[in-house]
Design a protein around this ligand. Structure first.
Ligand code: H79
Length: 440
């Protein structure tokens, strides 16, 4: 009887596993890429499309959403493509700026919610090659340059589509103004999306992965994730799939992202999911906008960005920092300056960041910890005391030094944890780093 019970539990467990993973076992190269991704830590997000031409239309907080926010019907919105002529676009410059910042990958919008393909699509003419005077496939140009400079390229792809007639029934957005017919074939839309994804996964060599967004537009729709994810993993088993649905990852996803919030936080009001065991990534804007907004001058300081980047690392999360290039093809000069400062900081302190995992103490109001093997890095950002307390850190310690000058720091341990003296005179404004070497 007992044996039967155990067999039954065993079968249930197998069933649950098969059910929750939908049969997905990541390929070896996928697992390798996950590791690469976690070690790489820092990437550049790029929001660029025909909406960039409108530069927010004089409003804060509007950029790539302008079609929806200003209720611009498709026929009128399509005119924008006629003015998208980024003659100053230089892929080498973008990739060099990313590299100078210490970034290891770029995630660019292949299609945002307006449905416009920033690549040469054969299944739609709503794309950069067919509709703009520029007429060139910028994704191809960027990919070639990324290959040259050793940067991985990911594609952001919106599942939500305000332009395609078959995106029907419609969700919470894109209602009532677009001029689309009040009918459509959802299955055909999914086929269309999969056809564009097939183009992206076959015509651009090896890509880093696909960054989905937009499922939150309608939860009840039949997104057929299994089909789309299986297609991607079949075409490029190593490509990492993530989706910005703000929930716990679905089967078939390879990493989890958090939009403008540290993992587990929900200041934005839509990050309601928990934290999974998959590789994590937090994305953040330089000002308050993703796409180019001419009025948005609320640029975050390099101090704030570096501290957020390090705190994300304290959760084990990557940092995907956005750029909204201008319609002429140039990155915003303010952003280029910021990237240089971050790059300089990483040039000096990168050892405490790249290739680390989350540290033994989860992020605190004073900072965060990261770790590589037996080395723990304590990042002190805002500590009003001369002492930092690391609860639960009871492992035997080999040495405690200040990263900056390798000077030894005083410490003591008891059964509650470790206390380290970090003199005020040794502090710097952004991140004072203490290096703890633990005994084997
Ligand atoms: O691409 C960038 C944004 O355009 C996109 N994601 C980043 C990376 C984005 N779209 N929306 N949001 C971010 C915020 C989401 C707002 C939501 Fe809602 C709140 C979605 C669901 C509730 C607003 C209200 C939109 C639908 C209802």
């Amino acid at each position: 009887m007992k044996k039967l019970g155990i067999t039954f539990i065993f079968l249930v467990l197998i069933y649950i596993q098969a059910f929750t993973q939908s049969g997905y076992t990541p390929a070896e190269e996928n697992l390798k890429n996950r590791e690469w991704f976690q070690d790489a830590k820092f990437g550049m997000f790029i929001h660029w499309g025909v909406y960039s031409v409108m530069a927010g239309g004089g409003d804060y907080g509007i950029a790539e959403w302008i079609m929806n926010e200003k209720q611009i019907p498709i026929k009128a919105y399509e005119n924008l493509a006629n003015f998208f002529n980024p003659v100053a676009f230089d892929a080498a410059e973008w990739v060099a700026a990313a590299k100078a910042a210490g970034m290891k990958y770029i995630t660019i919008t292949s299609k945002h919610h307006d449905g416009f393909a920033m690549f040469d699509s054969k299944v739609s003419d709503w794309d950069i090659v067919e509709r703009t005077p520029y007429g060139k496939d910028v994704l191809r140009m960027l990919k070639e340059e990324c290959d040259r400079q050793g940067i991985k390229l990911f594609f952001y792809h919106s599942q939500l589509d305000w332009h395609h007639p078959d995106y029907y029934p419609r969700g919470r957005t894109g209602q009532g103004y677009t001029g689309r017919p009040e009918s459509g074939n959802w299955g055909r839309y999914i086929d269309y999306m999969n056809a564009q994804l097939t183009e992206l996964l076959t015509n651009y060599g090896d890509i880093g992965g696909i960054w989905f967004d937009g499922m939150w537009d309608q939860w009840d729709a039949d997104w057929q994730l299994d089909k789309t994810y299986a297609l991607i993993h079949k075409l490029q088993p190593g490509a990492l799939i993530g989706s910005n649905h703000h929930k716990m990852p679905y089967p078939g996803e390879d990493f989890q992202m958090f939009e403008r919030d540290l993992p587990g936080e929900n200041t934005m009001g839509f990050n309601q999911g928990g934290i999974s065991e998959l590789p994590l990534e937090m994305c953040e804007t330089m000002n308050g906008s993703w796409g180019y907004n001419i009025k948005d001058r609320r640029f975050k300081s390099t101090k704030e960005l570096i501290q957020t980047m390090v705190k994300a690392a304290g959760y084990g999360a990557n940092f995907l920092l956005n750029n909204g290039p201008m319609p002429n093809g140039k990155l915003q000069p303010e952003n280029v300056d910021t990237l240089k400062v971050i790059g300089k900081w990483l040039g000096k302190y990168g050892e405490t960041y790249y290739g680390t995992t989350r540290g033994p103490v989860s992020p605190r109001s004073w900072g965060a910890t990261t770790r590589r093997g037996n080395t723990v890095y304590v990042h002190i950002m805002d500590l009003p005391d001369e002492y930092v307390f690391l609860p639960e850190l009871r492992q035997k310690i080999e040495s405690v030094k200040l990263f900056e000058d390798q000077s030894n720091l005083k410490y003591s341990q008891n059964n509650m944890g470790t206390i380290i003296t970090v003199p005020f005179v040794k502090r710097n404004d952004i991140d004072t780093i203490v290096v703890i070497n633990l005994k084997e």
